[in-house]
Design a binder for this molecule. Structure first.
Ligand SMILES: Cc1cc2nc3c(=O)[nH]c(=O)nc-3n(C[C@H](O)[C@H](O)[C@H](O)COP(=O)(O)OP(=O)(O)OC[C@H]3O[C@@H](n4cnc5c(N)ncnc54)[C@H](O)[C@@H]3O)c2cc1C
Length: 506
């Protein structure tokens, strides 16, 4: 077995055994490392194996809870799982893998320390590689999109969007300009997969509830628009339930536009392919995902959609000592007709980690490898408080029972007992008390007040910006979160399916 070399500064001492490098701290990265640390307990204790996890954030995000975090039903801290606590037998490196040279068994990683030191990325050598960097939003070169829109994949985006929506209501409530009011109260969501539909439905529910606390905003003043390029939404729950979801959303006065695309969103005007124009300060882009850009900087085989070509045993095809799973991996779906890949969703990602950890353990111990086989069982989606839709194990549910099933299912799935207890407590409390409708957008500019007191200008704001307590807080286009350190979006769209459809199916 190749002896793993050490890398500068980030972990103490050279390992005496095999180093397993896990790139990514999401579903696949966290669960694989967790299962490995249990299975290889003895080897870890004896120093025969070392598990190193490289992730840009010190937490795993439970993405299915992001819409509820945006609605304020779950606090942001409970949507994430701290990697250091859960993976206490692993070494966690907070950083971003920039490239992987698998032939040389080496990953190039930029860490917070290397950025601070200005020394350039470090090299981490390994014996076994688990590549799990997931996916990023699949964008298009639509005028205005990069400047004005926001995605919905991270906890920062979800909370930023919540603050933004409430802030728009504050703007609308205090302006005398009808154009500004109209733009502030119009919210455009592009992509009708579960991320887009759940985000829209939860935020709409929250905003219409919040309207009762504004003396001059009525719920019917709010305009929510869902733009979907295909002729259906929520393909994950099947056709009948997708149609039900459209009826439900339309009954709430949400403008669902099928077979329609966003053509541009410049200067606070969203232009759709059917010719409609909306003044808006809010465009949420959830029109599908594409594999993380890191994959293009590896010497591993990629398919035409940029996913890593894998075998059903979750090894990278034609390569030794490399494994992959989740959104980044093209894993053959052995339960479907030949040529089909597992869709990029949590259902596959979590189940794949079980086989992945077993196979890595087996390969280290010289045992046989297993195949990953899981037949998609359907999906559940929340359409706001007490509303939902589900098609699971052949059973169709809608309304309150589906919403309840959504909650029970995700409570059973969210990692760690600690998180389950906290989420359950929050749901219980929010059933007893009124909904939270506060916007804490100023949290994103914690130094602003002090800078003003010290005679400086608010960062990124014009001289005429209102003071901290004023109504116009927040960056001009309307979205508080700036670019996050971590994987940068690929500006070139890939032609993998309809780019404005929110469907994640393959
Ligand atoms: C709003 C929303 C709701 C969803 N709801 C559902 C649902 O109800 N049911 C369902 O089945 N699926 C759902 N999904 C999809 C599901 O969350 C994903 O399929 C799943 O997270 C994929 O797991 P993954 O580990 O491949 O990627 P992720 O969980 O995204 O993890 C990837 C990790 O890799 C890190 N990373 C990226 N690049 C690098 C790099 N260069 N170096 C180091 N680390 C890197 C990322 O920061 C991240 O931590 C939802 C997704 C979203 C956005």
């Amino acid at each position: 077995m190749v002896k793993a070399a050490n890398f500068r500064g980030t972990t103490p001492g050279p390992p005496s055994g095999a180093r397993i490098l896990v790139v990514g701290g999401g579903y696949v990265g966290m669960y694989t490392a967790l299962r490995l640390q249990r299975k290889l307990k003895q080897e870890l204790a004896q120093g025969e194996v070392e598990i190193v996890v490289v992730a840009p954030d010190p937490y795993m995000t439970y993405q299915p809870f992001l819409p509820e975090a945006a609605a304020g039903s779950i606090s942001p801290r409970h949507v994430v799982v701290p990697l250091r606590r859960v993976l206490d037998k692993c070494k966690i490196v907070i950083g971003e893998a920039k490239a992987v040279d698998h032939a040389k068994r080496k990953a190039t990683v930029a860490t917070l320390a290397t950025l601070e030191e200005g020394t350039g990325p470090v090299e981490i050598t390994y014996d076994e590689l688990v590549l799990a960097p997931g996916s990023i939003s699949r964008t298009l070169p639509i005028p205005g999109l990069a400047d004005y829109a926001i995605g919905f994949k991270t906890v920062e985006e979800a909370i930023g969007l919540r603050n933004h929506v409430i802030e728009q209501m504050d703007i609308a409530s205090s302006t005398r300009d009808p154009a500004i009011r109209d733009a502030a109260l119009t919210f455009v969501f592009v992509g009708g997969g579960y991320a887009g539909v759940e985000a829209l439905a939860e935020l709409e529910d929250m905003a219409r509830y919040a309207a009762r606390y504004y003396h001059n905003i009525k719920p019917e003043d709010l305009k929510f628009i869902l733009v979907e390029a295909s002729n259906r939404i929520l393909p994950e729950v099947g056709e009948a339930m997708g149609k039900y979801a459209i009826r439900e959303l339309r009954s709430r006065n949400i403008d669902v536009r099928l077979e329609t695309r966003l053509d541009s969103c410049e200067d606070r005007v969203a232009v759709l392919s059917d010719g409609t124009r909306f003044r808006t300060r809010t465009v949420v882009w959830t029109a599908g995902v594409k594999p993380a850009p890191l994959l293009a900087a590896t010497d591993l085989p990629l398919n035409e959609r940029g996913r890593i070509v894998c075998t059903a045993q979750l090894t990278v095809a034609g390569v030794d000592h490399a494994w992959a799973a989740g959104d980044a991996a093209a894993v053959p779906d052995v339960t479907a007709e030949p040529g089909k890949e597992c869709a990029p969703n949590a259902q596959h990602a979590v189940r794949q980690t079980k086989v992945l950890a077993e196979n890595i353990t087996a390969s280290l111990r010289g045992g046989p490898l297993k195949e990953y086989a899981h037949k998609y069982v359907g999906s559940v989606a929340s359409l706001g408080l007490h509303k939902g839709v589900a098609h699971i194990y052949g059973r169709k549910l809608k309304g309150y029972p589906a919403w309840l099933m959504h909650r029970v299912y995700h409570l059973s799935r969210v990692p760690t007992f600690n998180r389950k207890a906290r989420v359950l407590a929050e749901w219980t409390l929010s059933g007893l008390f009124k909904r939270e409708i506060v916007s804490l957008g100023s949290l994103e500019h914690p130094r602003a007040e002090f800078e003003l007191a010290a005679g400086g200008k608010r960062p990124g704001h014009g001289p005429d910006r209102a003071p901290h307590h004023g109504p116009q807080r927040g960056p001009e286009p309307g979205f508080p979160p700036g670019p996050k350190p971590g994987p940068k979006p690929d500006p070139e769209p890939r032609s993998d399916g309809d780019p404005q459809s929110g469907s994640r199916g393959n």
